[in-house]
Design a protein around this ligand. Structure first.
Ligand code: ADP
Ligand code: MG
Length: 590
């Protein structure tokens, strides 16, 4: 019930449509329900033989025709309103879902497949819209035509009305009784389809990997395996539902048997005129419709409840990372960063970082060095507040980042990731992604500084070149330089370079390095580098070991200690396979 109220309240703002459709459908049912009355009158008039008024029966026929005409017109107007309402509902449902999903912290996306997120939306929207359409088209009409036809039948015979009335509670009770089991099956089916769609989307977005490992068959099998489970779950679910339906209809049939016997007997004994008999039979069969509608209403209601469950669950997820009630915008002037006793774990079990204390001076360059998986990227994630430290605090220019607005914080940090993560669209759009007010001039200037202008100009469409999904049509070095241009255009005082030059060939690396140098100028920069050559020129090296800071110092100072950095330098001198392997453990290319 709570769930139904939730579903209904998603469409609060469309109440005018519901009201209009409701009024139309009630009107339509009045029209339909008045027809048997006219037929009954006509028959009784005809039976008068030669004294029957011909013009009167013709008038009745015309009345039936006019009702048909009005029915035609009104049902289409209400159909039009229903269509409009459905798309509007669709819009608001998907928008609020998208908005909410975007407000969820990074952690949510770590565990959810994007295909799953999208599939849930589609399913929920479909069922909620269906439900609302059904409610507006059928519910009021159902209530109204029930009351109306029972009232008319009661005028002819209260006994028949009473028998028909008894059907409703029995039927509703029987239908709801089977709802729980049905929903449990449905939840199972939804789970299987969600997982299947999640993998589907993942495979499609990385189809190159699938093809290169010739794993099309495996992906298909995985998908089909889940679809088979859906089919398998559907069998008992559907069987269950239909067996119950047979039982329900049996009750209905028995009651109708009693009703017909009563009417026929009344007709045979002269209690009812033949006209009344016809009218009663017509009403009785019209009452079957709302009763069968109950089944339909309940079936759709439980579908809507089951299929929108995940939707509402997601909408009720509270973003763990929220702006404090009176969070101010951060004010970054110098760009100093301080980590104070920061401890962190992704899952509350395995500690990734412990007791990290680190001061980074304005406009200085700091390199993070540590084995792969030591938490270098994690440290920068915390700085952007994509995750919240479990312990300690982080501040920028003396302002605790948990006390300022997330938007203002992130506006002050430029990032170049190892994976440049571009969007489909043009090169221009991708560079200007960081600044929607950027002019063509700004974009070209940024591209030039990023060493990207040359290759962009070589494309036939220049800055208007479409680069495909995630920039698929560009080389690694090209993508990287576009990502750098994008960061340049953001012009943020703090910069994070997370292995921005790994996986590049040496020529494009030189170009990227040069671009990065320009980008770093005048900004406080945290570098996670994979080349010792990059690290040699920084102001400070921070080495991380077992989730803790091991050493902090200038490259020249650390080269003389026997810490990680000194060892790495030494390893680089002696180039053999074992040293290469060791270096690689530190994400350092030799
Ligand atoms: P680095 O950048 O130093 O190579 P990361 O900061 O990416 O390392 O990862 C540190 C540790 O945290 C690793 O053990 C990794 O498996 C784990 N980790 C990274 N990202 C996540 C995540 N989103 N959820 C859970 N664990 C994660
Ligand atoms: Mg990393």
């Amino acid at each position: 019930m709570k769930q139904i109220i939730k579903i209904l309240s998603t469409a609060k703002h469309l109440w005018r449509y519901y009201l209009a459709i409701g009024v139309f459908t009630v009107f339509l049912s009045i029209l339909t329900l008045s027809q048997p009355m006219f037929s009954g009158w006509a028959i009784d008039e005809m039976r008068k033989g030669t004294s029957a008024r011909v013009d009167y029966v013709v008038m009745l026929a015309i009345a039936i025709f006019v009702i048909d005409l009005m029915h035609n017109l009104f049902s289409n107007i209400s159909g039009y309103l229903g269509d409009q309402m459905a798309v509007k509902l669709n819009r608001s449902l998907s928008l609020s879902y998208y908005k909410h999903i975007l407000s969820l912290p990074q952690g949510y996306f770590d565990t959810e497949l994007s295909g799953k997120i999208i599939n849930r939306l589609n399913r929920s929207i479909l069922q909620i819209t269906n439900f609302m359409q059904m409610m507006s088209n059928n519910f009021l009409q159902f209530i109204f035509s029930t009351i109306f036809s029972l009232a008319i039948v009661a005028i002819y015979s209260w006994q028949v009305a009473l028998m028909l009335f008894a059907l409703y509670p029995i039927y509703i009770w029987m239908t709801f009784r089977s709802s729980g089991t049905w929903q449990a099956y449905q939840a199972k089916k939804n789970h299987f389809t969600d997982v299947a769609s999640g993998r589907f989307a993942e495979a499609i977005s990385q189809v190159r990997v699938v093809k290169s490992f010739i794993q099309e068959a495996r992906e298909l099998t995985f998908f089909d395996h889940l679809q088979k489970k859906v089919v398998k779950t559907n069998a008992p679910q559907s069987k269950f539902w239909h067996v119950r339906d047979v039982q329900r209809r049996l009750v209905l049939n028995v009651i109708f048997l009693a009703v017909y016997i009563y009417i026929f007997k009344g007709g045979a004994t002269g209690q009812f005129t033949p006209g009344q008999v016809v009218a009663l039979i017509l009403y009785a069969s019209q009452i079957r419709i709302p009763i069968f509608t109950i089944s339909f209403l309940v079936e759709n209601t439980q579908k809507a409840v089951a299929d929108s469950k995940d939707y509402f669950e997601i909408l009720e997820l509270k973003p763990e990372i929220k702006d404090t009630p009176n969070a101010k915008n951060i004010n970054v002037i110098a760009g100093s960063i301080e980590f104070k006793n920061v401890g962190f774990s992704y899952d509350n079990k395995q500690t990734v970082l412990r007791d990290i204390s680190l001061k980074i001076k304005p406009d200085s360059k700091v390199a993070l060095v540590g084995e792969s998986g030591e938490g270098k990227t994690t440290l920068t994630n915390l700085l952007m507040r994509l995750y919240e430290p479990r312990l300690g605090s982080i501040s920028i220019d003396g302002q605790d980042i948990s006390q300022v607005t997330q938007n203002s914080l992130r506006s002050q940090i430029g990032v170049v990731f190892q994976d440049p993560a571009l969007f489909s669209g043009t090169i221009f759009e991708n560079i200007a992604y960081s600044n929607s007010n950027a002019t063509k001039y700004d974009v070209i200037k940024a591209a030039k500084a990023a060493n990207a202008d040359d290759f962009i100009e070589q494309f036939e469409n220049g800055y208007d070149t479409e680069i495909g999904e995630r920039g698929l049509k560009l080389s690694g070095g090209q993508k990287q330089r576009i990502a750098i241009a994008r960061a340049l255009l953001k012009d943020a005082p703090i910069l994070v370079l997370d292995e921005a030059t790994s996986s590049l060939d040496s020529k494009s690396e030189a170009m990227v390095q040069e671009a990065l140098k320009r980008l770093m100028k005048g900004r406080t920069t945290i570098i996670i580098a994979h080349r010792l050559s990059t690290i040699q020129h920084v102001d400070q090296i921070v080495t991380i070991k077992n989730g803790k800071i091991d050493e902090v110092g200038s490259p020249s100072k650390l080269s003389k200690s026997d810490g990680i950095y000194a060892q790495l330098l030494e390893l680089q001198q002696t180039k053999n396979e074992t040293t290469k392997k060791k270096l690689r453990a530190y994400d350092i290319a030799s």
